[in-house]
Design a protein around this ligand. Structure first.
Ligand SMILES: Nc1ncnc2c1ncn2[C@@H]1O[C@H](COP(=O)(O)OP(=O)(O)OP(=O)(O)O)[C@@H](O)[C@H]1O
Ligand SMILES: [Mg+2]
Length: 251
């Protein structure tokens, strides 16, 4: 394993169920690495194990066996309190359903990761404003999620995921609930952030358009990684065509 990798996953298995319910092997020996500054996609059909894999890397669930290192840190051996600190400092999350707290304003939602880290109020306000300006949402900061469009909500969610400058951004179908213009905006934003601030991104998607923004795509099928597509110097449109062709032969 390359110990400079931001994420390093070795021989990962996840079996759901057991005892009183049927067993289901969702992941069957996954190996992958994400290098610093990479934007990596995970694609695959519904039920192939994408969310399972992302949740394990996100430290939200534990594997049946295997190893996961994030920034050289063996996350499976962290104690509960160490794990919550680690998650609060090193990781950012974006989900399909935005997962904003409805009774908090946009600004309060964005500030959440900082309130977990003892940051002073004045510092929080300044930082929230800076990230909001970057994502062009400074005009909605005092509004509640119910008053925002889907695209605006997802930009608030992206601001919350990035406000504490994590090393790694984990996104599960972040464009799934967005119209095509908002989806494009969000993907361009993620690309910009990835390039400008060197945040590594792991993006789960079944959408070839979203995947075409990645540097590298891992195709997962029935809990196993099959082939890998690399963008290299191809344009995004060329890469999109390549993904479509690959899906045609892969399914
Ligand atoms: N908590 C659970 N208990 C039992 N089985 C589960 C559980 N979570 C997921 N599974 C099963 O594991 C497999 C992989 O699920 P997962 O959610 O990782 O798929 P996915 O690739 O994210 O699919 P989608 O594209 O639909 O989101 C599926 O067959 C699913 O039914
Ligand atoms: Mg899923």
């Amino acid at each position: 394993m390359n110990n400079k990798a931001v994420v390093s996953v070795n021989n990962l298995f996840k079996t759901y169920g057991g005892r009183n319910s049927a067993k289901y092997e969702a992941l069957k020996g996954i190996n992958l690495e994400v290098q610093s500054g990479e934007f990596v996609g995970i694609m695959g059909a519904s039920g192939s194990g994408k969310t399972t894999l992302l949740n394990l890397i996100a430290t939200l669930d534990r594997p049946t066996s295997g190893e996961i290192r994030i920034n050289q840190q063996d996350i499976l051996n962290l104690k509960k309190n160490e794990l919550s600190d680690f998650r609060a400092q090193e990781l950012g999350f974006i989900f399909q359903d935005f997962s904003l707290l409805e009774n908090l304003t946009a600004a309060e939602n964005i500030a959440l990761p900082l309130t977990l880290t003892n940051t002073k109020k004045a510092q929080i306000d300044t930082t929230v404003l800076q990230v909001a300006q970057k994502l062009s949402i400074e005009d909605f900061l005092s509004q509640y999620p119910a008053q925002l469009s889907g695209g605006q909500k997802q930009r608030v969610a992206a601001a919350r995921a990035l406000v504490h400058e994590p090393q790694l951004l984990l996104a599960d179908e972040p464009t799934g609930a967005l119209d095509s213009n908002s989806a494009r905006d969000l993907l361009e934003l993620l690309t910009e952030i990835n390039q400008a601030s060197n945040v590594s991104i792991l993006l789960v998607t079944h959408d070839p358009f979203s995947a075409s923004y990645c540097n590298r795509i891992l195709m997962i099928k029935d809990g196993v990684i099959g082939n890998t597509l690399k963008r290299d110097s191809k344009t995004r449109t060329e890469f999109y065509q390549e993904i479509l062709t690959d899906l045609g032969t892969y399914r």
